[in-house]
Design a protein around this ligand. Structure first.
Ligand code: GLP
Length: 261
């Protein structure tokens, strides 16, 4: 696992956007897996800035969603589909056809999960998956004790995650759905490169357990240890509980190994 410690969230976003730009130069129609939440926004800002400046062409990029709430009416502004369209697809100038995601308002949600898992494979698989991390160590919406081999499926959110996400729903936990669709951990591990960004002290414990703890279903992000090409980008605050922080600084500071993605 490559652990790159950066000064702050903006630097992390720029570093990852550079990696995505490199990928798009090599593979213009790369399938980018995107996460929601506050953490990845500096990545999208930096990538959109590069595209606007003409330093990278993203016009053939394809975007795949990681997870979705179940039961929000279609078009709800806080559905992850609406969020990804607003934060990534539209600012990059991509058409909605370049975007794929699970249908959280489907009548048959189980079938929608299976269909999305299959669609990801049929699209050739995700080239680079951006991930955030929940305070409880979840990735996507794979809450603690998710099977490390899981596929795209329905999950029930923990109270902690609903509390964390209430800020997107007028700070009213009652509005936060209980159920979600998420790419499974096994599905996520099929992406060719996993890039997790974590910023702020609130993520320090989850990062330490992800990077230095045992691989355990209790910390779903620890499954990244099983992936041959996983990069964890953290700011100083999120790195504050890493025992090996100095080693990571020394190893990856000047020349992030992930330049070779
Ligand atoms: C949600 C999303 C995750 C995201 C997490 C953390 O649970 N499903 O993909 O990583 O929130 O969000 P934030 O980056 O806002 O802390």
């Amino acid at each position: 696992m490559e652990v790159v410690i950066v000064k702050d969230a903006k630097a992390g976003g720029e570093l990852i956007a550079d990696g995505i730009a490199d990928l798009l130069r090599r593979k213009p129609d790369a399938l980018l897996g995107v996460a929601t939440g506050s953490t990845p926004l500096p990545i999208y800002d930096a990538l959109i800035a590069q595209v606007s400046a003409g330093s990278v062409d993203a016009s053939r990029a394809r975007i795949a969603q990681l997870d979705e709430y179940v039961g929000l009416p279609s078009g709800h502004p806080e559905s992850y589909r609406s969020t990804v369209l607003r934060q990534v697809v539209e600012p990059l100038g991509l058409s909605p056809e370049a975007f794929m995601g699970p249908d959280g308002s489907a009548e048959d949600v189980l079938a929608a999960c299976e269909a999305y898992d299959r669609a990801l494979s049929e699209a050739g698989g995700v080239d680079l998956q951006i991930l955030g991390i929940g305070t409880d160590g979840h990735i996507g919406f794979n809450e603690p004790c998710s099977s490390l081999a899981s596929r795209t499926r329905i999950k029930t959110l923990t109270e902690q995650t609903r509390v964390d996400n209430a800020r997107f729903f007028d700070n009213d936990i009652e509005q936060v759905p209980h159920h979600v669709i998420t790419q499974g951990i096994g599905t996520i591990l099929e992406a060719r490169h996993l890039v997790l960004l974590a910023t702020g002290e609130g993520k320090a414990e989850a990062v330490a357990q992800t990077v230095e703890g045992p691989v355990a279903a209790l910390v779903p992000a620890s499954a990244l240890q099983l992936h041959p090409h996983a990069t964890v980008v953290v700011d100083e605050a999120a790195a504050s509980k890493l025992k090996l922080a100095d080693y990571f600084r020394h190893t990856f500071a000047n020349k992030p190994a992930w330049q070779g993605i």
